[in-house]
Design a protein around this ligand. Sequence first.
Ligand code: HEC
Ligand code: HEC
Length: 376
Amino acid sequence: MTRRFPELVSLGGVLNIGMAMAIIVSFVFYSSDAPAHESGPVKAIKVDAKKAALGKRLFFDKRISGDSSISCASCHIPEKGFSDGMALSKAYPGSEGFRNTPTLINTAHKAAWFHDGRLGTNLNDVTREQLTEDYVMNMDMRIMQERAKQDPVYVQMFKDAGYGEPSNGSIRKAIPEYLKTLTSRGAPFDKGTMSDAAKRGAKVFHEKRCGSCHAGTRFSDDKPHNTAVPNNPDIWSDPMRHHTYVAFGLFMGIENIYNIRRDVGAHVRTHKVNGTDVGKFMTPTLRELKYTAPYMHNGTMKTLAEVVAFYNKGGGSDVNKSRAMRPLGMSGEQQADLVAYLEALSGDPLTGAEHVWKDAIPANYTAISDWLKTPN
Ligand code: HEC
Ligand code: HEC
């Protein structure tokens, strides 16, 4: 809606009653459930091919974790839409994670990252976080830089990419350059090849106002909402996961961290005294869902049918639940159609994408094919 304000200002003197009416009508239109965002295919982002090829090699390289045992692709597995198929992620050896691994497809289009949206700057910062965080890759940046310098292939690639000597700063730039190449392509929704069920499902999606939060080309408003997804008890029954969550909570200053038994979500951004942001999580994209089960920030829903049934009953129960969450009264057939529509928003993460993860690997950098075969 705010995007329309410049027009209002520039109208200045020529404003007449007819135009004022048109503006009021458009305001009403935009404040209804029709998303104010554009829709259609996700726009490709321009990339520097040499920097992206370098970023890709780094992404699949285990040597950029502290003990050289895991790469970014250990958790963000291409075949699984760059997620990992688990409810809660693994972590650096010796610990376990407490969140579901999100897809990285279209991540370069986001405005804030992580399920709680705690990083709202850029992918360079997110990459640094993943590299250095002790429960993710536990990497010392100075050691990482030295390891890169000792590999002649990297020395050449950094030079070719215009970065000069390998440095931790350029590693943090090259990986995001690769992430920019990961944009959705080839979904029936984009190709105009949706089944009849999916087309009926699209109508249900709009009637039930899913688009009020899942808006735009990525089907996300990039905002946190409380839909009252139930807790995943494994975070508290598994000592390793609980330990990781407590360490995270202490760092983020979560109040009463030793006693609480829930993931507070976006509360870490605001720490509001009345706690109204507790339980809010970022609206995820609805693209590539075919590959990214299980769902939600804590992986508590195994199938899309389960997710749709959850919405049909108006979500879970929480004092701060969004008012947009209410029972939807969908028939069994409408729910199945809605699932068909959600599935039609998935392309092919490997061959259908216009990204360089599979092609554009320079012939002399053969070692990468081994990592691709064994992403774990
Ligand atoms: C041990 C598993 C693991 C490894 C290794 C890992 N990630 Fe992640 N990644 C996750 C999890 C889990 C999250 C969500 C964390 C959260 O919400 O707090 C995440 C979130 C992200 C996000 C934010 C996505 C979004 O939609 O908000 C990006 C970008 C990302 N990772 C990139 C990387 C890169 C680049 C690397 C390698 C340098 C990497 N990750 C290594 C598990 C991992
Ligand atoms: C009030 C905003 C809002 C509305 C309305 C809404 N969603 Fe969501 N949706 C979210 C949020 C926030 C999450 C993530 C919750 C979490 O991680 O705990 C989510 C998660 C999902 C997921 C899981 C995605 C994943 O990768 O884990 C699917 C699928 C989904 N929604 C579909 C729908 C459908 C279909 C509708 C309409 C019936 C709908 N949503 C309505 C905000 C909303």
